[in-house]
Design a binder for this molecule. Structure first.
Ligand code: DON
Length: 307
């Protein structure tokens, strides 16, 4: 097996010279300002080591990657009842699409498209105010990442809200079907703020450990969630984590992964490692161009594909 540190360093060195990087998300003004020339990678292994290269210590907006953590928390809060309000199938549509909701009684296809994540945010409001729900999300992230410094970028949250016309439409539409059960503004408030959480590659790789190690922080470490829950979340990441680019990601990388329009991706090599990559340039589906390429190379070199 090749040496992981050299593989990670080679990938970072090679990608730093790439010219074709896609485009930074432009629909949220605060994200549009992020310089495109950055690339970071962090790999946390079963042995508890974290290997990093490039801009792995630079915080970025985790955006839709937050949907993995809120799903974990909402399942902990209301259990399998959640699946009555959100599906488990790939949508084949863009992350912010509304088209399927009318024919499907306001029930989003999966928890990782925006509509689904807003339902999950709504579930987080069961018996809690928005501030408490956000407090729970931050506490969970700080715990699983073993880092108390993780915070919400309020400027991004504001930018998100000011331009969130589609998300507002999705939430109101689902409220009309009774799928959203709390105040629409509250559900959106949680959603906009969770997307605006800022983390580094190192923090995100650490945070993904419980998904890589069957619900534990290391193969024999403290349990965070049941093994079955971790496995199911990883299954949804594989089938739905990259929206209408999920098939392509599975084909190329072969790992469960979740992308965000900030340019981050969290990928899980079951039993082996939790990996986070970040580069702000996106492809047409909203997935990081260099991030996907880095994961493709890493999975191939380490033979980590689940297939
Ligand atoms: O809802 C939005 O528009 C964003 N805050 C999050 C979307 C996102 O990250 C989609 N991912 N690729």
């Amino acid at each position: 097996m090749p040496d992981l540190t050299s593989v990670v360093e080679d990938i970072a060195a090679d990608l730093s010279t790439r010219v074709e990087r896609g485009q930074v998300a432009s629909y949220i003004p605060m994200l549009a300002q992020v310089p495109i020339g950055q690339f970071g990678i962090a790999v946390t292994t079963a042995e508890g080591e974290t290997i990093t290269a490039g801009d792995a210590a630079v915080p970025f907006s985790i955006q839709s990657i937050s949907k993995v953590f809120t799903l974990t928390l909402a399942l902990g809060k209301i259990g399998d009842e959640l699946w009555a309000r959100v599906g488990k199938e790939p949508s084949g549509n863009a992350f912010n699409s509304i088209v399927q909701l009318e024919a499907e009684r306001g029930i989003p296809r999966n928890p990782f498209i925006n509509a689904g994540a807003i339902v999950v945010a709504d579930a987080m409001l069961a018996g809690a105010q928005p501030r408490e729900a956000l407090g729970a999300i931050l506490r969970f992230l700080r715990f699983v990442a073993d880092d108390e410094t993780i915070t919400i970028d309020e400027a991004v949250a504001r930018s998100e809200k000011e331009t969130g016309f589609r998300n507002t439409a999705l939430a109101n539409y689902m409220r009309a079907f009774g799928v959203i059960q709390h105040n629409v503004e509250h559900a959106l408030g949680v959603y906009f703020h969770q997307c605006a959480i800022a983390m580094t590659c190192r923090q995100l790789a650490m945070a993904g450990r419980y998904l890589a190690f069957s619900g534990r922080l290391s193969p024999s470490g403290p349990r965070v969630v049941a093994a079955e829950r971790a496995r199911r979340i990883a299954a949804l990441m594989l089938t739905c984590g990259h929206y209408d680019g999920s098939g392509d990601f599975a084909f190329r990388v072969g790992l469960p992964g979740k992308s965000g329009v900030g340019g981050g991706i969290l990928a899980i090599a079951p039993g082996k490692a939790s990996v986070s990559v970040w580069s702000p340039g996106l492809d047409r589906h909203g997935n990081s161009v260099l991030g996907s390429l880095a994961l493709e190379r890493l999975a191939k070199a380490m033979r980590w594909s689940v297939f």
